[in-house]
Design a protein around this ligand. Structure first.
Ligand code: PLP
Length: 450
């Protein structure tokens, strides 16, 4: 078929398609992916790659699950769409199931993407305070390096210059503190002291901004796309204590950490955390259909029950909680439970960490960090000064992995001057052979770097 030759597709791609994040490069068309099975994808030329990024950190149950396609198909035939201004069975069932996974009492608001889930969280938090006496509470504290989405509010919460540059001014009222990036803590300071100091920065900000102006703190349990920054448990304990002390809502972004990635059902369940709001997307459907959720603690929801005018949450999302997307999510969670993928994630994560830690002896590897089946390798050009490895080196390693059939990711912030953390977030369903392929291929590539 002349229309499907790779040259024709590449031409049409360059002409008609505007990609996410990819700088324009007329000579180098992106990979056109045609198929996926398990942890592997195939491109238009028939090349196969192990996708150690699960797409964009989301294909948790792996590619090619017929059960998910069938769940969508059956629901679409039965009842393809109805808005959640009223109700439908897949949404009710999924909301109940998410409560079980969250191990708490939450009321669930559905949207389509992680950004939208966070937007809903910000609006809920502000309205909650308005209706419970906190009329001036409108500001949110987030962290540098964290990514919370591309829409104006979620981007305001994002702490990466590279995402915001040239799109500002964004929504007002978003403030940032430094995350506990222990690898780059001041010399001589203990990891614990540094973590507690980073938590203290949140309390200081609340006090200096005026506690009556702060609506919420938003954080991922572990910063993922900003460089796999794993805190001490004491940091999160302290942040939670501070939130309670000042009546500030704790919003936990589980868009990547959720759905088994962390080795537990949700990232925060690894810690002693009881968030007021939990946002989730990606792994909720393993990316098979768009769906996200904002889970709100029951006591917060209670503040929206007043029959007075404008007391309910006046947020409409036409496609949020689409019935087929909910049906896919339910089947996706069923597969995770049936195949014990959360436990598998923990096991594979441990093995990956043990294997990759050996690379600490490599001159370019400054740090190896992991959380469940998520791993980051920070590349430096000088282990003493910790000067980040140049982007060209990072890209070369990623390119060589790809030539050998392995797709890995990178994190950081080009505008802030470093983009040097390699990232691995493979499907939780990866086989032992898949894991071995990731490790062997990556080590081979690293052994060729000076
Ligand atoms: N929050 C986190 C932690 C993310 O990693 C992302 C996306 O990568 C988002 C929110 C935004 O999700 P989406 O791209 O679905 O809007």
């Amino acid at each position: 078929d002349i229309d499907n030759t790779s040259d024709t597709i590449a031409d049409k791609d360059r002409k008609f398609l505007w990609h996410n994040m990819l700088p324009y490069n007329g000579n180098q068309p992106p990979m056109v992916v045609t198929e996926g099975k398990g942890a592997w994808i195939t491109d238009l030329q028939g090349n196969r790659y192990l996708d150690a990024m699960s797409g964009l950190w989301c294909v948790n149950v792996g590619y090619g699950r017929a059960e998910l396609a069938e769940a969508a198909y059956e629901q679409m035939l039965m009842m393809p769409y109805y808005p959640l201004t009223q109700s439908h069975l897949p949404a009710v069932r999924l909301a109940e199931k998410l409560n079980e996974w969250l191990e708490g009492e939450y009321v669930i608001f559905f949207s389509n993407s992680g950004s939208e889930a966070n937007e809903a969280a910000f609006k809920i938090a502000r309205q909650y305070h308005q209706q419970t006496g906190g009329h001036n509470r409108y500001k949110f504290i987030a962290r540098y390096r964290a990514y919370h989405g591309g829409s104006m509010g979620a981007l305001s919460a994002t702490g990466q210059a590279q995402r915001k540059y040239k799109y500002e001014p964004l929504g007002g009222g978003f403030l940032h503190v430094h995350p506990p990036d222990s690898y780059r803590r001041p010399a001589g300071q203990s990891q614990m002291d540094f973590n507690l100091q980073c938590a203290q920065a949140i309390e200081d900000m609340i006090v200096w901004e005026g506690e009556e102006t702060i609506a919420g703190v938003i954080l991922e349990p572990v910063i993922t796309g900003g460089g796999v920054i794993v805190p001490e448990a004491a940091y999160l304990d302290r942040v939670q204590e501070i939130c309670r002390k000042y009546g500030v809502l704790l919003i936990v972004d589980e868009v990547i950490c959720g759905f088994g990635r962390s080795g537990k059902k949700f990232g925060h369940l690894n810690f002693n955390m009881k968030p007021d709001i939990v946002t989730m997307a990606k792994g909720l459907t393993s990316g098979y259909l768009p769906l996200s959720a904002t889970a709100v603690r029951k006591e917060i929801y209670d503040a929206f029950k007043d029959p007075a005018a404008y007391s309910h949450f006046r947020h409409v999302n036409t496609f949020g909680g689409n019935p087929s997307a909910c049906a896919v999510a339910l089947k996706n969670l069923e597969i995770m439970e049936r195949d014990h993928l959360v436990e598998r994630s923990r096991l594979l994560g441990q093995r990956l960490r043990e294997e990759m830690q050996e690379l600490l002896a490599h001159p370019l590897v400054g740090d190896v960090r992991s959380f469940g089946f998520l791993l980051g390798i920070e590349l430096v050009q000088d282990k003493q000064t910790k000067e980040p490895a140049p982007l060209a080196t990072v890209n070369k390693i990623i390119g060589e992995c790809k030539k050998k059939g392995l797709i890995i990711g990178k994190n950081g912030d080009t505008v802030a001057g470093f983009n040097n953390v390699l990232c691995f977030s493979p499907p939780l369903s990866s086989t032992d052979e898949d894991l071995q392929f990731i490790v062997t291929t990556f080590k081979q590539v690293m052994s060729n770097q000076v």
